[in-house]
Design a protein around this ligand. Structure first.
Ligand code: AMP
Ligand code: MN
Ligand code: MN
Length: 323
């Protein structure tokens, strides 16, 4: 698929990504936004995302994102084409009605749980990231330093800096073409991926210290309550990276990390080292994701959520001959 071909007749183009956008979502959306504005300067192109973490301010035109609409401002505009990136339509947040009202819709994603919700779908669960897919659908000769940097950030975030098994030879080949544009890739990795604020460091410390091992050490569990987030004046963006740090624990097969989003409501992140298919579990509870990284929102107390999840994890470990 070549995206320029798909949208060439559209008078207006909308772009959206999932709520609580991560690095891949921000990178993919920004790269496509910059590219479409470059190729079709005469067309109105608007990007709708919740306010990204401030670490992404190094991406050109990040301040052009229509966060106003996402924060409940509403939007009367209609778009000829609406493109949903890194998600299905129902996680577009306040941009979901714009997707539903558009004449044509395009869905670009790499989640195995996504069966495609657009008029046109480009879903590749083997791709490291949606940003990698954005690289594939744009014309290479139109790439520039700023677009390349946005794509690179997306790939870096979803592969854990080229570490996770979703990193393929193609991912690395693309990354090598991107760094050739000459942006400071080392600084990009440091500033957007590794560097933490002091509050983030404290929250990481608490989550590690308060973690518990269950299922004979095969599963590690931790969580952050809303009152803790409030105490530190922190939000979900300050919890990035905690789940992967927990999952690095030796002999752990599977990690559950959750933070409270409301009364008896938690956003759950699941990680696996390969034996447990956490996408299957997340989908069962109304979420989605990948085999080794998935998420969902669940109701109940912290322990209700743990009990409901461990039932499924135990069943899968048994299936893998580990119980
Ligand atoms: P997280 O644990 O939030 O880092 O998410 C891990 C992976 O699962 C990411 O690729 C997310 O996009 C995906 N994911 C998380 N929550 C959901 C959800 N409620 N529905 C679908 N996919 C999700
Ligand atoms: Mn994402
Ligand atoms: Mn992604």
């Amino acid at each position: 698929m070549k995206i320029a071909e798909e949208v060439k007749d559209a008078k207006s183009i909308g772009i959206g990504g999932h709520i609580r956008p991560d690095g891949d979502c921000v990178g993919a959306c920004m790269a496509l936004y910059l590219y479409l504005r470059k190729v079709f300067p005469e067309k109105p192109v608007e990007l709708f995302l919740e306010q990204p973490s401030e670490v992404f301010r190094c991406i050109k035109d990040i301040d052009k994102i229509r966060t106003d609409v996402m924060e409940g401002g509403g939007c009367e505009e209609d778009f000829d084409v609406f493109i949903a990136l890194d998600t299905v339509a129902d996680r577009l947040g306040a941009a979901e009605p714009l997707f539903n009202r558009a004449e044509r819709t395009i869905n670009i994603d790499h989640h195995i749980s996504n069966k495609g919700c657009g008029t046109v779908n480009f879903i590749d669960p083997h791709a490291s990231s949606t940003s990698e897919l954005v690289f594939r659908i744009i014309e290479e000769e139109k790439l520039d330093k700023e677009i390349a940097k946005a794509i690179y950030i997306g790939i870096v975030h979803d592969t854990g800096v080229f570490r996770y098994s979703n990193t393929s030879p193609e991912t690395l080949a693309i990354a090598s073409k991107l760094v050739a544009f000459g942006f400071d890739f080392s600084e990009v990795i440091e500033k957007t991926f590794y560097e933490k604020t002091y509050v983030q460091t404290l929250l990481l410390g608490r989550a590690l210290l308060e973690s518990i091992l269950i299922m004979d050490g095969k599963c590690i569990v931790s969580g952050i309550e809303k009152k803790t987030l409030d105490f530190y004046h922190a939000d979900a963006k300050d919890l990035e990276g905690i789940v992967s740090q927990l999952n690095q624990t030796r002999d752990v097969e599977c990690t559950i990390f959750m933070y409270q989003t409301g009364v008896l409501e938690y956003k759950v992140s699941l990680r696996s080292k390969g034996k447990v298919d956490v996408a299957e579990i997340a989908v069962y509870f109304g979420g989605g994701g990948h085999m080794r990284a998935a998420g969902c929102t669940m109701n109940g107390t912290f322990y209700d959520v743990v009990n409901n999840l461990t039932l499924h994890i135990e069943r899968q470990l048994k299936r893998a001959g580990m119980e």
